[in-house]
Ligand binder design. Structure first.
Ligand SMILES: NC(=O)c1ccc[n+]([C@@H]2O[C@H](COP(=O)([O-])OP(=O)(O)OC[C@H]3O[C@@H](n4cnc5c(N)ncnc54)[C@H](O)[C@@H]3O)[C@@H](O)[C@H]2O)c1
Length: 404
C-alpha cells in the first residue's frame, strides 16, 4: 500500500514541519513543503538546508544522498500544489482556527483518497477530523522535537478513523524510520501525559522548598538514569508548553493530579519561559530565586526514611503509566516505547517499576500522600495488584498492603 505512495505534503515548515519534511524526503518520498508566504517559506527551506548540511558535515549523509534529498524536496506558498499529494502532514501553529482553515482547504483540494494527518500535541484530533468530509482518513501523527532525531511517532486514531488508514499510517511511520505507537485520541496522548505531570511534580517540590533545583535535577538523573533533570527539561521544552499540556490534561480529566503548579503558571505569566526567553528555572544572573525553605516541613520530609527525592518524582510517573495501562488506553510496550523514543528515557516506566518492585513504589506514594506531597491518594489498582500479598491486602483495604 505505502509503496504506491509518492507525494507527501507538509503544511507549515516551522520547528516541526521542516524536520518532518526532511524525514520524509530522506526516506525517499517526494515532498512538497507549503508555507503561508514567501518569507516563511524561505525560513522553512533554511531550516531544512541547515539540518541537511549539519548531517553532511557530521558524516551522517553523503553529498550524493543530500543531492537526492534536495531533488525530492519542493517548496510552495500555494496549498493547491497539494492536489495530487497522497499523504499530507499538517504542522501549523497550535490554534484551532488555523487548523480549521488548513483542514478545510486540504479537504477541498486533495483527492478523496488522500490521508490527512495533524501533528497537533494537544488539540482534539477528533475535532480536526470532523472539520473534513473524510474523517475516516484523518489521524494524528505526532512527532517529537527534533523530528529528524527522535524516533517516536504517536499515531492517534479517533472513533471515526478507518482500520485501513491506521494500517497505512503505521506503515508510513515505520518506513520513515520511526517507532510508532497507535493510541486513541486523549489529552496529552501517551508521552506528554506521562512527561509533563512529572515536570509539574518537580516544580511543586521546588516551590514547596523541599529541595533546590540542582538537588531535584540530580536526584532523578541518579534514580532513573535520565540524561537531564525535570527542571532543566522544563526550560528546554518551554514553560508555556508545559503549562499548556497541564491545562489540556486538566480540561480533559479534571483530576487534581493535573492541576498546574502555581509557580509554573506564574513563571509563564512573568514571561520566564525557559531557554527561548533566556530565563526559566535556570538562566544566568536572572535565575529564578530559590523559594524560601518551609523550615520544619522540608526537614520532616528529608528526615522521612521512606521518602527519597528521586523516587518522589519517579513513583508518581510509574503510577500514571500503570493507570494508563489499567484503563486500556496504552499497553506496557506503548508506555515504555513512548518514554524511551519520545523523551530519551533509558528505561520506560514499566522497566523502572520492575527494577524497584511494586512495594517500593507504593511505599513512596503512600508516604508522599501522608505528607500531602502528591494528590495520588490511592496507588493505581494495577500497581496494587502487583503486590505479592495483593489478595490478602485487598481484604484489609488497599492501604494496609502498602505498609505490609
Ligand atoms: N515544537 C514542538 O516541540 C512540537 C512537538 C510536537 C508537536 N508540535 C506541534 O506541531 C505543530 C507546529 O508546531 P511548531 O512548533 O513547529 O510551530 P512553529 O510556529 O515553529 O511553526 C509553524 C509554521 O506554520 C506556518 N504557518 C502558519 N500558518 C500557516 C498556514 N495557514 N499555512 C501554512 N503554514 C502556516 C508558520 O509560518 C510556521 O512556520 C503544532 O501543532 C504543535 O503543537 C510541536
Amino acid at each position: 500500500m505505502v509503496q504506491e505512495f509518492d507525494k507527501v505534503g507538509v503544511v507549515g515548515l516551522g520547528t516541526m514541519g521542516a524536520g518532518i519534511a526532511e524525514v520524509f524526503a530522506r526516506a525517499g518520498f517526494n515532498v512538497v513543503g507549503v508555507e503561508i508566504d514567501q518569507a516563511a517559506l524561505d525560513r522553512g527551506r533554511g531550516h531544512v538546508d541547515k539540518s541537511l548540511s549539519r548531517a553532511v558535515s557530521k558524516g551522517k549523509l553523503t553529498e550524493e544522498e543530500r543531492s537526492g534529498i534536495d531533488a525530492r524536496l519542493t517548496f510552495s506558498t500555494s496549498r493547491e500544489d497539494l492536489a495530487d499529494a497522497d499523504f499530507v502532514v499538517e504542522a501549523v501553529p497550535e490554534r484551532m482556527d488555523i487548523k480549521r482553515d488548513v483542514f478545510g482547504d486540504l479537504d477541498r483540494i486533495c483527492a478523496p483518497g488522500t490521508i490527512l494527518a495533524t501533528n497537533t500535541s494537544s488539540l482534539s484530533v477528533t475535532e480536526i477530523a470532523a472539520l473534513t468530509d473524510r474523517p475516516e482518513k484523518v489521524v494524528g501523527l505526532h512527532f517529537f522535537n527534533p523530528a529528524p532525531v527522535m524516533k517516536l511517532a504517536e499515531v492517534i486514531t479517533t472513533v471515526a478513523t478507518s482500520a485501513e488508514t491506521v494500517d497505512i499510517v503505521t506503515e508510513v511511520a515505520k518506513r520513515i524510520g520511526k517507532t510508532p505507537i497507535t493510541v486513541g485520541d486523549r489529552g496529552g496522548f501517551v508521552a506528554n501525559a506521562l512527561l509533563v505531570p512529572y515536570i509539574n511534580d518537580a516544580v511543586r517540590l521546588y516551590e514547596r522548598g523541599i529541595a533546590t533545583r540542582e538537588e531535584i535535577d540530580e536526584s532523578v538523573k541518579k534514580a532513573a538514569g535520565l540524561p537531564m533533570g525535570p527542571l532543566t527539561l522544563a526550560d528546554l521544552v518551554g514553560l508555556d508548553v508545559c503549562l499548556a499540556v497541564m491545562d489540556v490534561l486538566w480540561a480533559e480529566f479534571h483530576d487534581p493530579r493535573y492541576s498546574a503548579s502555581p509557580l509554573l503558571r506564574r513563571m509563564v505569566a512573568a514571561g520566564r519561559l525557559g531557554r527561548k526567553t533566556g530565563q526559566g528555572f535556570y538562566g544566568g544572573k536572572d535565575e529564578a530565586p530559590e523559594p524560601r525553605r518551609t523550615g520544619r516541613f522540608a526537614e520532616m520530609v528529608r528526615e522521612e526514611e521512606t521518602l527519597d527525592l528521586g523516587e518522589m518524582l519517579v513513583a508518581p510517573q510509574i503510577d500514571d503509566a500503570m493507570r494508563m495501562i489499567g484503563d486500556g488506553y496504552a499497553s506496557a510496550r506503548d508506555v515504555d516505547t513512548a518514554m524511551r523514543f519520545g523523551c530519551g528515557y533509558p528505561k520506560g516506566p514499566t522497566e523502572l517499576l520492575e527494577e524497584r518492585g511494586a512495594e517500593s513504589v507504593i511505599t513512596t506514594l503512600v508516604a508522599m500522600s501522608e505528607y500531602s506531597l502528591t494528590t495520588i491518594a490511592v496507588p493505581a489498582p494495577l500497581l496494587m495488584d502487583l503486590l505479592p500479598d495483593a489478595d490478602e491486602g485487598a481484604s484489609h483495604g488497599g492501604g494496609c498492603a502498602c505498609h505490609g
